[in-house]
Design a protein. Structure first.
Length: 142
């Protein structure tokens, strides 16, 4: 079941975030308090939208969150974070999260996100209609 992500869901989402991104293939080193801060910051952004995916028993299976940005007379959506519980991946739940978000923002044509190049995540997003940006690059500074 897809529902709206609210501030009250941050702790559960942070625990899932840590479980997901500290495991392969990401192998990151997240702490729950850092993940909680990250997700709370995203939800505090003006025009933030997020969705949850829950099992029939109410267990959290995944979430996605981002925000709308105005650009030349239309809204674009920056997908900032998304994850599905590792045991539930590759079963269509990530696609369901994207579809749940899209249903809440029917007028948004363009979506943006950052993810690891040549990864399972990039293949997932490609399969769901995303493509590499033709004119844009990501620059980082130390």
């Amino acid at each position: 079941m897809i529902g709206s992500l609210t501030k009250q869901d941050v702790d559960a989402c942070a625990a899932l975030y840590v479980e997901t991104f500290n495991a392969p293939p990401w192998n990151e080193c997240w702490r729950v308090e850092d993940a909680s801060q990250r997700l709370a910051d995203f939800l505090a952004t003006p025009r933030a939208y997020g969705v949850l995916l829950s099992a029939a028993d109410g267990a959290l299976l995944g979430f996605a969150v981002g925000h709308l940005e105005r650009s030349e007379g239309e809204d674009h959506f920056l997908l900032q974070e998304m994850c599905v519980r590792p045991a539930w991946q590759r079963q269509g739940h990530g696609t369901a999260l994207l579809e749940g978000l899209a249903a809440r923002m029917p007028d948004v044509r363009r979506w943006y996100l950052l993810t690891a190049r040549d990864s399972e995540a990039s293949r997932f997003y490609s399969k769901n209609g995303f493509r590499l940006a033709g004119r844009m690059s990501v620059f980082v500074r130390p």
